[in-house]
Design a protein around this ligand. Structure first.
Ligand SMILES: Cc1ncc(COP(=O)(O)O)c(C=O)c1O
Length: 364
């Protein structure tokens, strides 16, 4: 007898995440600036341990990721017992929704927040709710105004993807203070390493200050290990305990653990990558502004640029694709007139900026 299995409520409301493309038909040389990845490949130290670890791939990894917890704790001056690792920070966002939100609950985030937040909320059966931003920046008052007695989790990416804007530490503390104590504040600091403002804090202090704030971080951006899927959370004991119940027993691969530890030790690689991003972020924003385009002031490893309208952004995207350059269209984030451009190598950025300049000049 024919029958169908039915997913839980909310699952069919998910718009599957569309990742940045990496291929274009008929093009052999691609410049991929669509997924905020590291432009230089992984650290040479990480590559060396990956080769060493490969021969032991028949063994399960250390399920407690003890050496990685210790390395993260030492590098960021945190308590190793309060760290939980995930298969990318995406997995942690998802585990948090599964553990703390369900049918009838609300998960709150900003208007142009990271698209994994509604996906994770729906997957848990909860209702995603958005609060408006001001000047493409998280608005604490708007978030607080959207809290109801159903709100369970507030996600704030700081800096935010895709806007690149950041919230100073005083504002984040004001948000925490204004939230009811039974609401979990998740500070998603995937791009923390690229911020160059004195009034920024990635979130550890707020985690230490109470029972209901957590900070998530990733090895996918500055540490350039996106393909290995390693992320982590710094959280109060109670939340670490819950996440350790929910997560898969071997959720971070042995190669991922080893490469992440080696990357943490490669300070030279980190400094070089950070300096490169900061330098090219400023150059790219200045060049685009020189063309008469508006950009946000990004604190992350990408820039967000506004075109006259959605049609112009779309045709610029098409023009770039014809030249083998892939950036990210922003219609799915409610920003149809914008393109997001990840910071690639200097040559990649010169090519991309040059191509946008040519596009704007129009046909000769
Ligand atoms: C704001 C934000 N959070 C989390 C992630 C997830 O990163 P990962 O799962 O690679 O750690 C991303 C990735 O682009 C992001 O932009």
């Amino acid at each position: 007898m024919a029958y169908t299995v039915t997913p839980r409520p909310g699952i069919l409301s998910i718009n599957p995440y569309v990742a940045g493309e990496s291929r274009l038909d008929g093009k052999t040389r691609i410049i991929k600036l669509s997924s905020n990845e590291g432009p230089f490949g992984p650290s040479p130290k990480a590559l060396a341990v990956m080769a060493d670890t490969a021969q032991f791939a028949n063994f399960y990894p250390d399920g407690s990721a003890a050496a990685l917890h210790a390395a993260i704790a030492e590098r960021f001056d945190l308590d190793a017992d309060l760290i939980v690792c995930g298969a990318g920070s995406d997995e942690i966002l998802s585990m948090l929704c599964v553990a703390y939100a369900g049918p009838g609950d609300e998960v709150l985030y900003c208007e142009h927040g990271f698209l994994m937040y509604p996906i994770c909320a729906h997957a848990a059966g909860a209702t995603p709710v958005t609060a408006p931003e001001t000047n493409l920046t998280t608005d604490v008052d708007a978030l607080l105004a959207h809290v109801t007695d159903k709100t369970r989790i507030v996600f704030v990416a700081n800096p935010n993807n895709p806007t690149g804007t950041y919230l100073p530490k005083g504002e984040m503390a004001r948000l925490r203070q204004g939230l009811p104590t039974n609401v979990l504040l998740v500070i998603d600091a995937a791009y923390a390493e690229f911020v160059d403002h004195d009034d920024y804090c990635a979130g550890a202090e707020l985690v230490d200050a109470g029972q209901n704030t957590i900070m998530t971080r990733t090895f996918s951006k500055l540490f350039a290990l996106g393909g290995l899927r390693v992320g982590w959370a710094y959280c109060p004991t109670e939340i670490a305990d819950i996440l350790n119940r929910v997560r898969g027993p071997f959720n971070v691969s042995s190669m991922g653990q080893a490469a992440a530890i080696a990357s943490l030790q490669d300070i030279e690689f980190q400094d070089k990558s950070r300096r490169h991003v900061q330098e090219w972020r400023a150059k790219t924003e200045a060049a685009l502004q020189g063309f008469g385009l508006k950009t946000t002031k990004s604190s992350a490893n990408f820039v967000l640029v506004e075109f006259k309208d959605g049609a112009t952004a779309e045709s610029c995207d098409g023009y770039l694709r014809d030249m083998g350059i892939i950036v990210r269209r922003m219609a799915s984030y409610g920003l149809p007139a914008y393109l997001r451009i990840s910071i690639g190598t200097g040559d990649d950025m010169d090519a991309c900026i040059g191509a946008i300049g040519m596009f704007l000049k129009g046909p000769l």
